[in-house]
Design a protein around this ligand. Structure first.
Ligand code: URP
Ligand code: ZN
Ligand code: ZN
Ligand code: ZN
Length: 468
């Protein structure tokens, strides 16, 4: 970027007249090549990032999810092995804290070092018996994040209530996919949002609530936020602004199961509009995809028992077009807010700013030439995903990328997808994001009577994410 640049002969010129030049999208929430509920996601790090690029996203942040008892470092190394040779665009990693011991605290500290480059950890209040942490360990995990200058992320749903409701529904013969939403209605999400805020406040920790899916959850966050001592960020999803829970009542199992995700889409038809307004009003700050796709054959594991349907839907490809269509074309948000919620805020929160999420001198050349007039119809028959289903099937969107530049290379070229497997790089996310922590050193942890985890040395490295 600049004025009066010397442009070498033979340089290709892309005319962006009448288009918008945006920073490449950052999807803060993907699950590529994940094994979950006895199935493996359809999209791996190649097809998933290929789909991302096709939709204007040039960085994804995926979740390392260790098994209970598994070393976090071992799981992280496994994710790097899966991803490094396959990614078509840059990626970073969050790490799940799915069990607790003092060894986990030590590994969190290691992961926050320059060597590993992690600054965010996800804790689950749901998925009892697999990933769920109880409140005591959630509290300690948040304290540990605070001490490390990392950001705790929370999946907010009450796992115990879901387990009991599931037993009751199945016993009553309610086995079809609609039972999934009935077992975990809005109240079950809102209660956990409030509880996560309370625990973060007790831990004096910032907080990031992933995949907020309901008006009740947004209301719980709005009620809690004035009380919070540290920043709380809310993330919603393309799925919840782009479709709704009426699909769970579809008589076709394939169709209904194809929409099963957690938290679920909501039957309240006002949800998409409310979530868009929450994004526009800054009650919710980011939009991700939670892309976690399963083929029809894997969703079929839950035929006759909704609790066995692997949870997850697509979104990494269509996230930006869906939000443009539902949010910008309707006048709910302007293009600047669109950039904020699709890239810039994620870059700031996860300390990638201004290398990512901004068009400026020194930033990575991750750019989208966005055509606000380009019209397309979303379909599994044409998408760049590997999966055989698309929750936005048949939707017309006006506004899509015309060109996507990944690190200086044109990888989506006026409709032609020209990605290169392994072209993307792992990007480290340094701790102490100035956006989250205000540039202050993390406060020393107040000693507690039960001293649940070892004291950790504070990280010492430079943390401003300077562009390279
Ligand atoms: O249904 C979902 N969201 N699947 C992925 C796992 C998670 O909870 O994010
Ligand atoms: Zn989750
Ligand atoms: Zn069908
Ligand atoms: Zn997720």
């Amino acid at each position: 970027m600049g004025r009066n640049l010397i442009i070498p002969g033979g340089t290709r010129v892309i005319d962006a007249t009448g288009k918008l030049v945006l920073p490449g999208g950052i999807d803060p929430h993907t699950h590529l090549e994940l094994e979950m509920m006895g199935a493996k996601t359809a999209d791996d790090f190649y097809t998933g990032t290929r789909a991302a690029v096709a939709g204007g996203t040039t960085t994804v942040i995926d979740f390392v999810l260790p098994q209970k008892g598994q070393s976090l470092i071992e799981a992280y190394n496994h994710w790097r092995e899966k991803a490094d040779s396959k990614v078509c665009c840059d990626y970073a990693l969050h790490v799940g804290v799915t069990w607790w011991s003092p060894a986990v605290a030590k590994e969190m500290q290691q992961l926050c070092s320059e060597e590993y480059g992690v600054n965010s950890f996800k804790m689950f209040m749901a998925y009892k018996d697999t990933w769920m942490l109880d409140d005591y360990h959630l509290y300690i995990a948040m304290e540990t994040c605070k001490q490390l200058g990392a950001l705790p992320m929370v999946h907010a749903e009450n796992g115990h209530i879901i387990a009991r409701n599931t037993e009751k529904l199945l016993a009553a013969g309610k086995t079809d996919p609609e039972g999934h939403e009935l077992s975990r209605d809005e109240e079950v999400e809102a209660e956990a949002v409030n509880r996560a805020c309370v625990i973060a406040n007790q831990a004096n920790s910032p907080l990031y609530i992933v995949h907020m899916m309901s008006r009740s959850a947004v209301k719980a966050l709005e009620n809690a936020r004035p009380r919070q001592k540290q920043p709380v960020y809310g993330e919603t999803l393309a799925a919840t602004v782009g479709t709704d829970g009426s699909h769970y009542r579809n008589a076709c199992f394939r169709h209904a199961a194809g929409h099963v995700m957690s938290p679920p889409l909501r039957p309240d038809p006002d949800t998409p509009q409310a979530m868009l307004e929450a994004l526009a009003d800054d009650c919710v700050q980011l939009i991700g995809s939670d892309n976690c796709t399963f083929h029809e054959k894997d969703k079929a594991k839950g035929h006759g028992d909704f609790s066995k349907i692997p949870n997850g839907v697509n979104g990494v490809e269509d996230r930006m077009s869906i939000l443009w269509q539902k949010g910008v074309n309707t006048g709910i948000m302007d293009p600047c807010r669109f950039v904020s919620v699709t890239s810039a805020t994620a870059a700031r929160v996860f300390n990638l700013w201004p290398r990512k999420g901004r068009v400026c001198v020194g930033a990575d050349a991750d750019l989208v030439v966005w055509d606000p007039r380009l019209q397309r119809t979303i379909s599994a028959a044409r998408h760049a995903h590997a999966v055989d289903f698309n929750i936005f099937e048949g939707q017309n969107v006006v506004g899509s990328p015309q060109y996507v530049v990944v690190n200086g290379r044109v990888c989506f070229d006026d409709g032609d997808l020209r990605v290169v497997e392994g072209f993307g790089k792992f990007v480290k996310t340094p701790v102490m994001s100035p956006y989250v922590y205000g540039g202050e050193a993390p406060k020393a942890r107040t000693p507690e009577p039960h001293a649940p985890s070892p004291r950790l040395d504070l990280p010492t490295r430079v943390t401003n994410g300077t562009p390279t």
